[in-house]
Design a protein around this ligand. Structure first.
Ligand code: ZN
Length: 156
């Protein structure tokens, strides 16, 4: 007799052969076949690394959000007058990059459905998006510093 598994819906211990959870009526076999998981994988709790991805993604979004608010506020309050296309692009670039960092971070927390992806694929996707988000955030901060510097030494 195989070890009991946990019902994905009500978490009660049930037989792995049971097609339907006797406690809540969730269809067990079809559910597992649908998402391509073995009973063992299904009962594994989400590892801490996944929670850390989500936490880091939230941190990235917060930093990027604060920087956008601060930077765009400074631009409009300072009535930055563009000295040409190149300057405009430079001033706008940090906001664009910060927005991309936020979008990528959002996609770490809300990937295209937990049930459509296999467990490892999901973790790899999260990791890749978090890395991309962090890279965009770092580059954005770098260019933000450059654009502030260029603004300070701009020709009068
Ligand atoms: Zn159940």
């Amino acid at each position: 007799m195989a070890a009991n598994i946990q019902c994905p819906n009500c978490q009660q211990s049930i037989s792995p052969e049971a097609p339907v959870c006797p406690h809540c009526g969730t269809q067990i076999q079809s559910h597992m076949q649908q998402i391509g998981l073995t009973p063992g994988e299904l009962t594994q709790p989400l590892p801490d690394v996944v929670k850390q991805f989500d936490a880091s993604a939230t941190t990235n979004m917060t930093i990027a959000g604060v920087l956008i608010a601060f930077y765009s506020g400074a631009i409009f309050a300072g009535k930055v007058i563009s000295q040409g296309l190149l300057y405009s692009l430079l001033y706008a670039l940090p906001i664009v990059l910060l927005l991309i960092a936020i979008i990528l971070a959002l996609r770490v927390s809300y990937p295209d459905g937990y049930l459509t992806d296999e467990y490892l694929t999901l973790i790899k996707k999260k990791e890749k998006r978090l890395q991309s988000s962090s890279i965009f955030l770092e580059v954005a901060i770098g260019i933000l510093v450059i654009s502030v510097f260029v603004y300070l030494i701009r020709p009068a």
